[in-house]
Design a protein around this ligand. Structure first.
Ligand SMILES: [Zn+2]
Length: 178
């Protein structure tokens, strides 16, 4: 698999925002505001729900570092940062993740210009086949999240859900440490 990595808006430090950039940023702001309202309205999670999401997150194994590429990106706020994206992504801005600027804190801040730097890490010389973890046996069948029903959801729906989940987890974390 060869991916031809794209670049956009070079040189990054001279990039001027386009109308499309303003539009994408305001869309990202709207989604973030919507998610915030949903989270505020939602009843607090039960212990059971919390455990279930934790288990789901624990079960998710992130790809190894050599499957990631490092990018230099210019964010909407004008700051230039380095981020990582999976190597199959030919550009870093087609992601459901919006970037938070670690310099000014703007969140979300859309990516307006970018160039690839290189792989995050070299793959090991003799990669071992990863051990497949044994799936725990469960008797209770949860049919609520069957695939199929979800296939017609739009990207915006998925983005909103993704952000809502992350916001909810963040909120739980914060309330945990109180
Ligand atoms: Zn910034």
């Amino acid at each position: 698999m060869t991916v031809k990595y794209e670049s956009h808006g070079l040189p990054l430090d001279e990039y001027q925002l386009s109308r499309a950039d303003h539009r994408r940023q305001s869309e990202a702001d709207e989604i973030a505001a919507w998610v915030e309202r949903q989270v505020a309205k939602a009843p607090p999670w039960s212990e059971e729900q919390y455990q279930r999401v934790q288990a789901m997150l624990d079960g998710h194994t992130a790809p190894p570092p050599w499957e990631y590429m490092r990018w230099r990106v210019r964010l909407y706020c004008g700051h230039i940062q380095e981020i990582e994206r999976h190597c199959r992504d030919a550009r870093p801005d087609r992601d459901t993740q919006d970037t938070r600027c670690s310099e000014c804190g703007k969140d979300p801040a859309v990516i307006v210009a970018f160039e690839v730097i290189g792989a995050v890490a070299e793959p090991p010389k003799a990669p071992k086949a990863p051990k497949a973890p044994k799936a725990p046996k469960t008797n209770s069948q949860n049919t609520a999240s069957r695939p199929g029903r979800t296939s017609r959801r739009t990207k915006a729906d998925l983005e909103a859900e993704n952000s809502a989940l992350r916001a909810e987890i963040e909120r739980l974390r914060r309330s945990d440490t109180k």
